[in-house]
Design a binder for this molecule. Structure first.
Ligand SMILES: Cc1cc2nc3c(=O)[nH]c(=O)nc-3n(C[C@H](O)[C@H](O)[C@H](O)COP(=O)(O)OP(=O)(O)OC[C@H]3O[C@@H](n4cnc5c(N)ncnc54)[C@H](O)[C@@H]3O)c2cc1C
Length: 524
């Protein structure tokens, strides 16, 4: 197949959610040449777009040390203190300077001069800024529109990262083996032509988001299959804490709702969980009752569902709300109504769903991974802020803080490594006789991955279930690798290869950690 000309950029950013977009905005301001790719046709499509509840700041009478305490309490004490310190101290400053002053995000106000702060589980006070229940959508759209105003930013939708380019691994010249490994860009599939381009970059920032969609039931959009964890792992970067998968307690239980999330701020406004026969139950499980951290609420629901042989529990907002439900939660109200549930009058059937990955590519306070030239920011990274479990509404903030800090660090220490001479690398290899992909095969492999992860590596894990997950996934991995080598490249084939690697990373990490902590719960 004919070769596609290689491209060069100062910073390649893979992913355009809040983390990638924050990094791009900061880098653009420094004058560096920035290229952002996203595998979706629409630049805004990301987990960020669907975030409902809001972003943590500091509310009235609040202080960084109080936020720190809540983060550590929820994270079960294994948080990286340096990272928690950065988030607690710098977070609200960046919310003010970037989101409020620079981008003028219209967060809700109780009066023209007073911001409205919401409450969520695990928080000791109200400190979450929001735009009703569609906070992520407004933030994401504002970032994308700001980025379009920079002439040094190239935005490439419909481009899927396939593999990180590293020397010595991809270099043709054997003398590169004597050098320290470095990331120098990425092989990128143009989804429209199905050809693989080479994009060389002095620095690469991975901002590919989370992996909720490797589980059967998830609050994440279907594209959240953890591409970045798989690519970083294959490139040799350190990955940690992948067993800590957070399950959100309340996604809408409905055949067609696709895991639609019922935000935790709904419980923050008084809603209570009830069994199918109308009994509240969280008092039995936690002093914080319905506002306990997510892992505790999720396990309580699981227990109640098991005891009553039921597929769901109820979330009752109608009987307890002191707010105007339609005004405060217009998106949740309208979506539930579409499925025949009027949340101003009746309880919402809910079920837990895979939501957030607390682990990922290990990075320092500037987003630097263990591989030279590679930074990771947002959900794909593990800064250690969340420890074993994430405090609600801290992930948008983590994306903003580390996205911005990574670009500042690159700009301050910029080393144009690509100018040291061309690096002769292997071109993408296309098999001589490519096989047309059969969508039925890809769908079936995904069903196997997702149901294995849900049933054997889900909310309640046991060593036997995990061992079975590992065996089944190992076998599937072998089949998928063979298929990948022969199949015609397209974004779905690439996604499947990334997906099986991510499922294995989670299953192996869970099997290797016999201690229940935070969101990793293992029953012996
Ligand atoms: C329904 C829902 C509600 C949530 N509510 C909140 C909330 O209220 N507050 C909060 O703090 N957090 C919330 N979260 C979590 C939060 O939204 C995410 O953790 C956060 O948005 C992640 O941001 P990110 O920039 O790291 O990744 P994302 O926003 O997921 O962006 C990932 C980007 O990477 C791109 N990408 C992925 N793979 C590739 C590839 N191979 N090639 C090219 N591009 C690729 C995607 O297209 C996308 O542009 C919620 C999550 C969900 C799903």
């Amino acid at each position: 197949m004919e070769e596609v000309e290689a491209q060069k950029t100062d910073i390649l950013i893979i992913g355009c959610g809040i983390a990638g977009a924050s990094a791009a905005l900061e880098a653009a301001k420094s004058g560096l040449k920035v290229t952002i790719i996203t595998k979706n046709d629409k630049l805004e499509e990301s987990n960020t777009f669907y975030a409902q509840g809001g972003i943590v700041s500091l509310g009235p009478g609040d202080a960084p040390d109080l936020l720190k305490e809540d983060i550590i309490q929820t994270g079960d004490g294994i948080n990286n203190m340096e990272a928690v310190e950065i988030l607690s101290k710098e977070g609200s400053k960046m919310v003010n300077s970037i989101l409020l002053d620079e981008l003028e995000i219209p967060f809700m106000r109780s009066s023209p001069d007073t911001l409205d702060y919401a409450q969520e589980g695990g928080h000791s006070r109200r400190r979450i800024l929001h735009i009703r229940d569609t906070t992520g959508r407004t933030i994401e759209e504002t970032f994308v529109s700001a980025l379009k105003g920079f002439s040094n930013v190239t935005l490439l939708p419909s481009h899927t990262a396939v593999d990180l380019l590293t020397v010595p691994h991809h270099a043709k010249d054997p003398k590169y083996y004597y050098r320290n490994p470095r990331c120098i860009g990425c092989y990128v599939l143009d989804n429209k032509t199905n050809k693989v381009k080479t994009i060389f970059s002095n620095y690469t920032i991975l901002a590919t988001g989370g992996c909720g969609a490797v589980f059967l039931y998830t609050s994440n959009p279907k594209g959240a299959i953890g591409n970045g964890y798989a690519m970083a792992y294959r490139a040799g970067a350190r990955i940690v804490n992948m067993e800590y998968i957070q399950f959100h307690p309340t996604s809408l239980f409905h055949r067609d709702a696709d895991g639609f999330l019922i935000s935790e701020t709904v419980r923050g406004e008084g809603a209570r969980l009830k069994t199918k026969d109308g009994q509240t139950f969280m008092d039995k499980y936690s002093e914080q009752k319905d506002l306990a951290p997510r892992d505790e609420v999720t396990r309580a629901i699981y227990e109640e569902m098991t005891n009553s042989n039921s597929n769901y529990v109820y979330l009752d907002l109608a009987s307890f709300a002191k707010i105007d439900i339609k005004k405060r939660f217009p998106h949740i109200y309208k979506t539930c109504l579409k499925y025949g549930i009027d949340i101003t009058k009746e309880s919402i059937p809910v079920v837990p769903a895979a939501h957030y990955c607390c682990g990922g590519v290990l990075v320092d306070g500037w987003g630097r991974s263990s591989l030279n030239g590679l930074y990771a920011v947002g959900e794909v990274s593990c800064t250690g802020v969340h420890g074993a479990n994430r405090l609600a509404s801290t992930s948008l903030l983590e994306g903003l803080v580390w996205g911005t800090r990574s670009a500042r660090h690159i700009a301050a220490h910029f080393n144009p490594v690509l100018e040291q001479g061309p690096i002769d690398i292997h071109q993408w290899y296309y098999p001589e006789k490519e096989e047309e992909t059969d969508p039925a095969l890809i769908n079936q492999d995904w069903i196997s991955i997702r149901s294995t992860m849900w049933n054997y590596a889900g909310i309640i894990r046991t060593p036997k279930r995990l061992a079975r997950a590992r065996a089944d996934l190992d076998y599937l991995h072998h089949r998928i690798e063979k298929f990948y080598k022969e199949a015609r490249m397209d974004t779905n084939v690439v996604g499947l290869k990334h997906g099986i690697h991510v499922a294995l990373l989670i299953a192996y990490a869970a099997l290797g950690n016999p201690v229940s902590r935070g969101s990793h719960y293992i029953k012996s």
